[in-house]
Design a protein around this ligand. Sequence first.
Ligand code: ADP
Ligand code: MG
Length: 857
Amino acid sequence: MSAAEKLTPMMQQYFEVKRGLPANTLLLFRLGDFYEMFFEDAEIGARLLGITLTKRQETPMAGIPHHAADNYVTKLLAAGKKVAICDQAEPAQSGKLVKRQLTRILSPGTTLSANQLDAAKNHYLCALSLDKAGLHAAWLDLSTGEFRIATDAHPENLLPVLTALDPAELVLIEGDLGRWQAAPHEQHAVHALHQFCAPRLCSELPGYHFEVTGGAKTVMDALGVLNLQGFGLANGHPALGAAGAVVYYATENLCAKPQNLRSLQEYRSTRTLLLDPATLRNLEIFSSTRGTRDASLLGAIDRSTTAAGSRLLERWLAAPTLDLPEIVRRQTVVGELIAQPSDLAGLRELLNKVRDIPRILGRLQNRLRNPRELGGVKDTLAQIPAIMACLDLLDAHLVGTHGGETSKVRARLTDLPKLRELLAGGLADELPNDLADGNYIRAGYDAELDRLRSLTTDNKSWLAELERAEQERTGIKSLKVRYTSVFGYYIEVTKANLANVPADYIRKQTTVSGERYVTEALKLKEKEIFSAEEKSLARELELFNELVAAVLDESMTLSRTADALAELDVLAGWAVLAREWDYCRPQLDEGELLSITDGRHPVVEQMMKQERLGLAGSYTFVPNDTALSADDAQILLITGPNMAGKSTYIRQVALIALLAQIGCWVPAKACRLGLVDRIFSRVGASDDLARGNSTFMVEMNETANILNNTTDRSLIILDEIGRGTSTYDGLSIAWAVVEHLHRSAERGPRTLFATHYQELTQLAKHLPRLKNYSVAVKEWNDDIVFVRRVVEGAADRSYGIQVARLAGLPLSVIDRAKTILTQLESEDVSVTLPSPQARPKKKITVAPADDSQLNLL
Ligand code: ADP
Ligand code: MG
């Protein structure tokens, strides 16, 4: 501002606040009933919100009504902006500049508003820093208080869980993003890190906010502890710098210390099954290739009835545990619930009424309070005794048959009868969203409030009486006593009756239809009414704050109970899923087997049924068996024509293994699984349409990542690897990759490799642990019928031309293709495979159409 001296005091106040804000932040400045944006903020805000841009004394302005602010803010955050809220800190007085202060800064990673949070998704703010010791990360879900740190010498080991958790906002050291982008090409890990960060909202802080010593202090202060030993962490843990940065950033945005941080846990990649970003995408774990949750694995297995349950399931899937007893425990609970269908149904009905306690507590603790939130605690507490009774009943029914694992979850629930009764007695049945609306405290709960309210009621009947008396006195039947928030109480007389208005009426306002008056008596009464209402609201607020304090006193117990409820919800959901789709309980051990009888693809089978609904006939997903073992049938090479079902089959095996490892039952008749430490899934480039030109490079990068990071405990799903380049290149690469996976003498990672390269099937001659399988088709005249059956042995032909015909290619093209094929076959250009050390050499020479690869689809 060049002419600062010309600024009004209010605008000076505005600029003072504005100056302290980070970049990319719009300031919403409270003026009366509106939040106003000024200058550039007004222009940006008006455009993003579709509201009017006005000008006052050359100053661009755009305003939103304060009661609708939440909705508007939601849009601004969705557009990648941050929003600073500046409120009036005292009641307005005419002629005096109102004090204003920054209330909070809302950003995608720090908002707590239910409107701006996806109920079923965790919502993380994540800080990252990279140094010689490796990648340091800290992630915090401010809405629930979940807080974790991790350090790993290899960023590739941390990016899987971070990708899966999909943070809403990142906090980085100033300039890091650019440095990572500019790293030398061979530093793949740094580039992967950059790829992870670049598309997300990144907020930058000076490097000193990431220092470990200061970070440890900040973190201990936020947690209210003197050291971190209680969480099993050294005070010098290298990720505490990132943790400090997260807490600092959250504190800045809340304009107060976060009040709901209670624990800090360390994430260790060695304790979880790793699913790297490409695998998450290829196996469609959290979202389908079309971007929907419904058609993803998560969507298919989430039968939770509570938001906290869905979020817990997301966390379990993001970091599947390698802890066998824990997996078995979950399976057992599911089994116990399956065994007692009527108790299960009862439990689900009760859980359905449980509200989102973790987020409600987060809001109550961080000064976002409204009566409905408190009502959520009340409703939830009301269910606890019934839930406990239901679980006791289940336990009684189970006696002598199972292990009673469910009753251990039951033991983590705490009934809070005192608090339950306090809330039931104190809160009204119908609760408003806004404290200013009043009437949320139950009548009869507090004598003083009842007295103030009766004053208001008395006054209301006084007004009715006044209306009747004045109608009689003036003879004006249409005379009305009315109220508006701007004018207060007044008497309204229509135009036709103005002649009969008595002399003691004082005119206040003329409207189109008549005149508005007050009388001395009405003015006095108005004062009385306002003061009674004000006092009654103030008393209500006092009582509300007492109730909130009572809830927060029990916050530890409440959140422990909420955690147990979320877990019950997920497991009960799985029990329902398992019953509905006939899942079996997989048998897990530390061995190296993966055997599946009659396995199905958990998502495809559900989709098929959905598509079939309303049509005649039943769904027809064909189940298939799988037998893999690290030291015998280590690599299954699956051949078969396009559309036969190869991709579906190999993915279903990976998904069944993953489901087994999060403790869920699986879509199969029987399943045995030796724990898997990593699942890798890669798709040949031409299946990957969405990702631009360098797809082959991506394919190779990803393949390299597998070969470098796999262990003998891993499970690898390769789909048409090598397809992204010319036949001979691709075949050679595929060939070498398979050899590499088979390299050690005794064992190797369990691998499923789907390919249309017939030639690869000859590898079985050289590699004893490679087995050929194919997806069978039936030939019928010149047509083929897909039977979706996986059988032992290599496919004898690739049937590309038949598939092309099914796809509707013009007959002339089909005929020409047949001619070329005959020619090729007569010239015997089928590749003779080299011994494992050599490369395929033979060249195809066919004229005149050179693009004669048989993979027409
Ligand atoms: P490929 O990889 O061999 O080209 P896909 O796995 O893509 O074949 O499957 C082709 C189609 O067949 C898909 O639409 C899929 O839904 C269907 N399909 C695959 N496996 C089965 C199965 N076991 N039962 C029923 N339909 C299947
Ligand atoms: Mg395929």
